[in-house]
Design a protein around this ligand. Sequence first.
Ligand SMILES: [Zn+2]
Length: 378
Amino acid sequence: MNNRIYQRCTRCVMDTTDSKISFDENGVCDHCRNFDKNIAPYWKPAENRFDELEKIAEKIRKAGKNREYDCILGLSGGADSSYLAYIAKEIMHLRPLVYVVDTGWNLNVAVENIEKIVKGLNLDMYTDVINWKEMRDLQLAYFKSGISSQDFPQDHAIFSSMYNYAVKHGIKYILTGSNSATEFIRPPVEWIYMNDLRMAKDIHKKFGTIPLKTYPTCGILRYRIWYKYFKGMKRVYPLDYVVYDKAKAEQFLNEKYGWTKYKNKHFENVFTRFFEGYYLPTKFGYDTRKNVLSNEILAGTKTREEALEILSKPPYDLSQALKDKTYVAKKLGISTDEFDSIIKDENKTPDDYKNSFWMIKLGVWFCKLLGIENRNIR
Ligand SMILES: [Zn+2]
């Protein structure tokens, strides 16, 4: 934890729980200043750019000619990926393979949403079920490691599985539901660390109990260099080309496909809900809502007052959090007491383990130089 005097940005809601945040004389944080300087001038929020989107779609259709699918699309059942599926099929006229990764934690609402979207849009779906024993072993190892980013085992499995499948089956285009309107500010690395396979291996070596034989992996060099430059894998962000008003998109998905809204971003999954709503705030003092809400303030979809009002309430109901904790412990095969004592153990950082952060930082620096990455990463 850091010993700085508490301060919150006067424009967004990021604060000194991001230990490296800095403020100017008006109390505006460096995330906001970076947004003004490097992102806002290029960001076109209020216009649909269907012409540009159609050009991309044309390329994708051409690359996929005579193939069963011309692109692959990861569907979590959340609003972003569900709306993406609609755009891909109905606006871009693509033939995507919907790729679902079952990490063992999906809530029924997510599974049902996936079914509704796939059926409603008449798409093909492939599901990769991650070996639960391995998943559990890695997740338990992560908890025992005491670091903040417990999201790694699931997130890594989800994107590695999909990337590996796409490359293996010659599908060049990966559609992603990420969009810059919700990601101007990256969560600080100390809150949510990065895709660092080297660290994962070290943590699993120290705290794991069984070998990971089938758990899908994809290191940063493999997908950033090998897949991209040698296998021709391309990631496309269609939501950046349309006016993406999340509330309207959710209403549309609901009316057209019977899709159901989740309570909070990433809360489609018990583990993620527990991790972001309880583990991170209570163990580390990190509240990812500050990051999400600050993005909304910069995008102009929420006022700072509305954001502060939301932050004045806990991320989620404490009784639900305790229920989730019991559920997570049981699923991981340990008692709630044991889980409590693991959570109470000393907080660690990636510096306590072997890691590739220097390489990640170098990569980000390089991307900034090329103008591919505009966000602050530290
Ligand atoms: Zn700010």
